[in-house]
Design a protein around this ligand. Structure first.
Ligand code: SF4
Length: 252
């Protein structure tokens, strides 16, 4: 049986499963709509988040709130969580054993929310969800499919606080998120109106086919938009599209 977010929080309890419990102020579980269509997955709490017990409430959080508007969303519409629920001292990079110990709770959160789209913020969460060593520069700006989820890797908003050249890329990716959501809604409506017939005709291949079309359409649309808005100079990296792998997410 799928756990609720409350169940997951209860399982986590006053977690002392890794050494980060010694230095944290609070556990930062996650926040937002439990039925959100979009779930953001960051890296780990920073100083503000550690004190406030909520993800993305510092400067990066303010910028994320601005970016959400580009996709026609507000913070209350989405769910936000991190790979790690406790702040690493001096905001150090998450260590492999910390990720391994903490992410079963993230997996249960994703299963509880069941979003249409996972947006991974930065290198660590993108590489973890997509099970790849590829850098964020090559992963971002494209939709990847893993299991039942569409995954959109983007730069971490904190990176754009210090490096403003990343802002147009982040804004581009939130436009892509809007297109992706519009497309998913279109397909869900199509699925509902033609439900039984499509189910009989296409069976389990339906979702896979729709998602493959979605990726192609998004890439075409995105490229068209880029050409229009950047005078023929595309800002997308020529990254490699990951293959659909229905087992990837189950290995979280
Ligand atoms: S980081 Fe995760 S596993 Fe480690 S103590 Fe915090 S909640 Fe527990």
């Amino acid at each position: 049986m799928t756990k609720t977010l409350e169940d997951v929080k209860s399982d986590l309890g006053d977690c002392r499963r890794c050494e980060l419990c010694e230095t944290r102020t609070t556990i930062v579980f996650g926040v937002g709509d439990p039925d959100a269509e979009v779930m953001f997955i960051g890296e780990a709490p920073g100083r503000q988040e550690d004190l406030g017990a909520e993800p993305f409430i510092g400067a990066a959080g303010q910028y994320l709130n601005e970016l959400l508007m580009i996709a026609g969303l507000e913070r209350k519409d989405v769910y936000i969580a991190n790979l790690l629920k406790c702040r690493p001292p001096q905001n150090a990079d998450p260590l492999p054993h910390q990720i391994e110990t903490c992410t079963p709770f993230l997996r249960d959160q994703v299963r509880a929310v069941q979003p249409l789209v996972l947006v991974t913020l930065g290198r660590f969460s993108s590489q973890f969800i997509l099970k790849t060593d590829m850098g964020i520069t090559h992963l971002r700006g494209r939709v990847h499919i893993t299991g039942r989820y569409s995954v959109l890797p983007i730069y971490h908003p904190a990176a754009a606080i210090y490096d403003r050249s990343k802002r147009p890329l982040l804004e581009h990716d939130f436009m892509l998120l809007k297109m992706l959501l519009d497309k998913r809604h279109e397909e869900l409506n199509l699925g509902q109106s033609q439900g039984q017939y499509l189910e009989r005709s296409l069976g389990q291949n339906l979702e896979q086919n729709l998602e493959q079309n979605l990726v192609q359409n998004l890439e075409q649309n995105s490229e068209q938009n880029l050409v229009q808005s950047h005078s023929g100079e595309a800002v997308s990296e020529p990254g490699q599209q990951l293959n659909s792998d229905k087992n990837l997410f189950s290995r979280l």
